[in-house]
Design a protein around this ligand. Structure first.
Ligand SMILES: [Zn+2]
Length: 270
């Protein structure tokens, strides 16, 4: 690339960073961390299968990892630091950090605030994204702005405003030969979806074999007591959750399989 072309390229990518709101050269941002997509693509020779429950349209086999230009370099780094904490923690095999139990896993000696910041950035970036895959994630303007300022200051949101409950996806109830392995469970990638509650809403993300449900703008006492809620200190218990007991996941799988069969039938006709 010549220096003239490089300069033109740079101008094309200039814009307002959604986090610090400064005019800057914007980087390719991944709402769902790229490290997750890299793993999925490696397993599927560069392609990724995603599921959504829309009745129409092709199954989305894509290589763009749901990315767009959102953040400047400095903000991308800020967000990247919390992402690293998330991966280091959730992938840890050290017994000092992660211990298996019959009903789940406990995490200890973890950076609670950084983990919370990671989930805050996940939700906030999905809400500011204009991509179709994040269309079910929305936040009221005032909450969106509150999360933006907290993220920029790297301050974890108060417990009453923002809660995240995490489960580990398993497949234990189906017959042995039909069960998904933990490697296959980690491959599940689904557009985040919302759940309506009496006085709040939650958004569900599936990543890295975990199901994370994020509660905003208030977290009820029942939600706090339910197993899996990320505490602000101490041991974090993350329970197992059977994938096929999650209604929204089953619905998305069924829709995905139906679309795939329709696509195959179309190919045969041609
Ligand atoms: Zn920025």
């Amino acid at each position: 690339m010549s220096s003239v072309e490089a300069a033109a390229e740079q101008r094309r990518h200039r814009g307002t960073c959604v986090l610090c709101q400064k005019d800057a050269e914007l980087r390719i941002s991944h709402v769902i961390p790229n490290a997750i997509f890299r793993g999925i693509k490696r397993e599927n020779s560069g392609k990724m299968i995603t599921f959504d429950d829309a009745p129409e349209g092709d199954i989305d086999t894509t290589i763009n990892s749901w990315s767009e230009r959102l953040l400047c370099g400095a903000c991308e780094m800020l967000v990247g630091r919390c992402e690293k904490v998330f991966f280091d923690t959730m992938r840890s095999t050290r017994s000092a950090v992660r211990r298996a139990h019959p009903a789940g896993v406990t995490f200890q000696a973890i950076n609670h605030a950084a983990l919370k910041l990671f989930f805050m950035s996940l939700l906030w970036r999905a809400a500011v994204s204009v991509q179709e895959v994040y269309s079910k994630v929305w936040l009221e303007a005032s909450l969106k702005e509150r999360l933006r300022t907290l993220l920029l200051a790297q301050q974890a949101a108060p417990a009453r405003l923002f809660g995240v409950r995490v489960s580990i996806l398993t497949d234990t109830t189906r017959s042995q030969e039909r069960r998904l392995t933990s490697a296959e469970l980690k491959q599940i990638s689904i557009s985040p979806f919302d759940r309506q509650h009496a006085r709040s809403v939650s958004f569900v993300f599936v990543l890295e074999g975990y199901l994370a449900e994020i509660f905003v703008p208030r977290v009820t006492p029942e939600q706090v007591r339910a197993p899996g809620l990320l505490p602000s200190a101490g041991i974090w218990f993350v329970p197992f959750l059977d994938t096929f007991e999650v209604e929204e996941l089953v619905r998305a799988f069924v829709a995905g399989v139906a679309k795939d069969m329709a696509a195959q039938a179309l190919k045969t006709e041609r």
